[in-house]
Ligand binder design. Structure first.
Ligand SMILES: Cc1ncc(COP(=O)(O)O)c(C=O)c1O
Length: 424
């Protein structure tokens, strides 16, 4: 729990903050700089972020099962661009790219979108989330979100001082399940809902009937929806259903797409949203006022990527589905508790009591098994019981990493932090 900014500022001003061991740990020799930090930064979940950042650092020689970034699709590896700078790109995105996106949403998602007014290209789905929150919510407003969920939702909401209302969700045989009571109580009085199907970190796919129910309650409580569909091409339950297809959601949903997952181009930093023009127009104001424009070079690469044959995307999905099934069998064989993910490329593993809390176990895995994983604390309020692993990386490394994880999970001993790390 962050402390209120006013109290933090008082503690900093009086010098008391410097005496706090947690503050000293976070700030190291930067304690004198604390007085410059804004309230938003002081109230951010800094301790959690420090842990997440530690996980995101990828020293050589470690096997990385922590990050959800698949490699670039094979046909894109030899792509060369002939490019000349034409000045600032269009704010909403390059015209040809918006046209192509509108086509994609029509064909793949059944959404009819006007490329001139209902599409906005931005720096990844992450930026789209920030724009949604900045455009439609003020500090103190209530936002509904599923738990567990993508860590950025919590961070971005807390940073904007929103009140978060959690809807517990679990994955059962690939499908997302939650109670109507929790949904209604979170939506009541909320201005926005963040929804992500297939979902990070559980891989839960929310079935169409449930999406329709969510749309209904959002309309009843007049809540806007941010539908994060970055894993749409990794849906093993069947065809992706976009919530915006339901009449109750159509004019209250911003649907987000990203090149990071579909094409394995996370470094490109391109994403896009579609939605009603009267929702997108103010979003482009927030965009202009914050970090406008996507590099023209990146947009041209994004357009080229969309020419990859659909068969290529299907092939990757099939490959990932086979990986998922193989890991599922292996984890079952060793009695490791988990649910079969219906989409995305993660396993949300329930840790035995002796291996909790997750952040400590993840640290031990890093030190003694040369393995990076994502501790659940950054992804859920009950996250200390869970560990997320990703199977998006190279398959031989995944297999080796999962072998190390199983070894650590099934061993009776618990390493002491001071013992010597094992070689990678
Ligand atoms: C649910 C979800 N949304 C968005 C993103 C980030 O998307 P982008 O790279 O387009 O910012 C991630 C990345 O892990 C994610 O898991």
């Amino acid at each position: 729990m962050p402390i209120p900014a006013a109290l933090a500022k008082f503690l900093i001003k009086t010098g008391i903050a410097r005496l706090h061991p947690g503050v000293r740990r976070l700030m190291g020799d930067g304690l004198t700089f604390l007085k410059y930090y804004s309230s938003r930064i002081l109230e951010a979940p800094n301790e959690e972020l420090r842990r997440t950042q530690a996980v995101m650092e990828r020293p050589e020689g470690l096997i990385d099962l922590s990050l959800g970034a698949p490699p670039m699709l094979a046909p894109l590896q030899n792509t060369t661009l002939v490019w000349s700078d034409e000045g600032y790109p269009s704010l909403r995105g390059h015209g040809a790219l918006r046209q192509r996106l509108a086509q994609k949403w029509e064909i793949e998602n059944g959404l009819s979108v006007d490329p001139d007014h209902e599409v906005l290209v931005c720096n990844g789905a992450s930026q789209a989330l920030g724009l949604f929150l900045d455009t439609f919510l003020d500090p103190g407003d209530k936002i509904a979100l599923f738990d567990p969920g993508y860590f950025m939702y919590r961070l971005a909401s807390q940073y904007r001082r929103l009140r978060m209302a959690n809807i517990p969700i679990r994955c059962e045989a690939g499908l997302g399940r939650f109670s109507e009571r929790d949904l209604k109580s979170a939506l009541k009085g909320s201005r926005g809902l963040l929804i992500n199907s297939p979902g990070n970190p559980t891989g839960a796919v929310i079935p169409p009937s449930e999406l329709e129910r969510i749309a209904y309650w959002c309309a009843r409580y007049d809540v806007l929806i941010f539908s994060d569909e970055v894993y749409e091409h990794f849906n093993y339950q069947g065809h992706q259903t976009s919530i915006a297809r339901f009449p109750d959601a159509r004019n209250r949903t911003i649907s987000a797409f990203s090149w990071s997952k579909t094409y394995g181009l996370a470094g490109l930093r391109v994403g896009a949203v579609c939605g009603n023009r009267w929702l997108l127009q103010p979003m482009s104001v927030a965009y202009l006022a914050s970090a406008p424009f996507v590099s023209a070079l990146a947009q041209q690469t994004a357009l080229l990527a969309m020419e990859v044959p659909r068969a290529c995307l299907q092939e990757r999905r099939l490959d990932f589905q086979q990986r998922r099934d193989a890991i599922h069998r292996l984890l079952n064989q060793y009695g490791i508790r988990h649910e079969l993910p219906g989409g995305a490329f993660f396993f949300w593993i329930e840790l035995p009591e002796s291996k909790r809390p997750a952040h400590r176990f993840a640290y031990e895995l890093r030190q003694h098994s040369a393995l990076l994983t994502m501790p659940g604390e950054s992804l859920s309020r009950n996250g200390s019981r869970y560990l997320r692993i990703s199977f998006a990386g190279s398959w031989p490394e995944c297999e080796m990493g999962i072998g190390r994880l199983i070894e650590a999970l099934t061993s009776q001993t618990r390493h002491q932090s001071s013992s010597r790390p094992r070689a990678a």
